[in-house]
Design a protein around this ligand. Structure first.
Ligand code: AMP
Length: 279
């Protein structure tokens, strides 16, 4: 496994690959878990080589505290990646990516960026767009893998690729969960014992929403979810929304020709967790 921290070195290596070598790319912020590994395994199956990037991107954090406290486990990550035979790892510093100007580019994702996460994390998707676009330019993969765990991000990347005529195939991968249903996330390691015990309630509620979607209307479901969380002292609901999968616009009424998803964000003390379910 080759590890590069410099843009020039990884580009030289990629240029030296035999012509026609297909590259699968999995961008991450490290603190790797089985959710990340499921994306990497899929990329391995579908490509000749796999590149994983580990970069905690400062411009996508709206809160400095969240950036500082984001788990960083680089040695452990590299051991894991070596074990599963990852080919190339890219571990740039913030200076390498941004030089001395840690500022995001501004994007127009046709409104996708103003929904849900965009409403609560100002500038988040400009940061995501900036880093993913740049990593795509550096690595030039054929396919790139993103988790449905961050479904809004996945749709935004698809939009960015379409709008900029970037010839990379974007592959969405299912959410990988703990046995008790909690969506795997690097942030889970920061949960207290009590909060970790309470957190599976998020997916349990989403599954009940899925069951109710056929018979109840959106307002009734939303009220029900809000009430359920009021009974959970350790989990504070930030938003719950049922939205169209393509436009991410919240819906009031169902049109059974469209695909919908329920989205949720909660705080477990200071730790923010998100999840979603296809309806
Ligand atoms: P992150 O390191 O959190 O930026 O995540 C890197 C990639 O892994 C993103 O495309 C995420 O959507 C994806 N990912 C994170 N957690 C999961 C999970 N539990 N299941 C599937 N994909 C995930």
């Amino acid at each position: 496994m080759l590890v590069f921290a410099k843009i020039k070195s990884i580009q030289e290596n990629i240029k030296s690959l035999e012509k026609g070598t297909s590259i699968g790319f999995v961008p991450t912020m490290g603190a790797l878990h089985k959710g990340h590994l499921s994306l990497i395994e899929r990329a391995k199956k579908e490509n000749d080589i796999v590149v994983v990037s580990i970069f905690v991107n400062p411009t996508q954090f709206d809160k400095k505290e969240d950036l500082i406290n984001y788990p960083k486990t680089i040695d452990q990550d590299l051991t894991l990646l070596k074990k599963i035979n990852c080919d190339i790892v890219f571990t740039p510093t913030a200076d390498e990516i941004y030089s001395n100007n840690i500022k995001p580019q501004l994007f127009n994702f046709d409104g996708l960026e103003h929904q849900m996460e965009g409403r609560f994390r100002e500038g988040h998707f400009d940061g995501v767009g900036t880093i993913v676009k740049y990593l795509f330019e550096i690595i030039s993969p054929h396919k790139a893998y993103f988790g449905e765990k961050d479904f809004q991000q996945l749709q935004i990347i698809r939009k960015m690729v379409r709008k900029n005529h970037i010839s990379i195939k974007i592959i969405g991968c299912p959410i990988y969960r703990e046995e008790d249903g909690l969506a795997m996330s690097s942030r889970n390691s920061r949960l207290s014992k009590e909060h970790r015990k309470a957190a599976p309630f998020i997916y349990k509620t989403l599954k009940q929403v899925k069951n109710q979607f056929g018979t109840k209307n959106v307002l009734e479901i939303t009220k029900w979810v809000e009430n359920e969380f009021k009974k959970q002292p350790l989990l504070k609901l930030e938003y719950f929304e049922i939205a169209n999968e393509e436009t991410l616009q919240p819906i009031k009424n169902k049109d059974f020709k469209q695909n919908y998803r329920a989205f949720i964000a909660i705080f477990a003390d200071k730790i923010r967790l998100i999840d979603n379910i296809s309806l």
